[in-house]
Design a protein. Sequence first.
Length: 140
Amino acid sequence: MTPETAVELANAQFYTALSLADLGAMQRLWVSSSDAICTHPGWRTLYGWPAIRESWQNIFANQGPLHVWPSQVQVRVFGQTAEVQCLENIDSGQVAGAGILQTHATNVFRLVAGEWKILEHHAAPRRANQPQRLERFSRN
């Protein structure tokens, strides 16, 4: 498997953990370090895994499972570090008329003991973040 493919797989696992509101899976995907950084849309930047873990715990407790998937994924690998640029597609179908919202995301990965781990996650709303009428990923 190429490094780019491995990073894209790790990125997909991040969105699966997010969709399933799976804190254990999310924890396995992140670098457990004070170097970790996370900026959720509309939030202040969080520094260090303990603060980031707490944020995911609160998000998952309040939202539950939510269908989120990446598109327009671009991967760049620089030795032990990789960057993923993508759109996050958020199916907010449980809110009447909300549709699919999109945010721009940058995910930075670090190779740790042979595994690509998330070091940074930055997500920000698109400028004109109107619900997009996209084809649903799944009918389930």
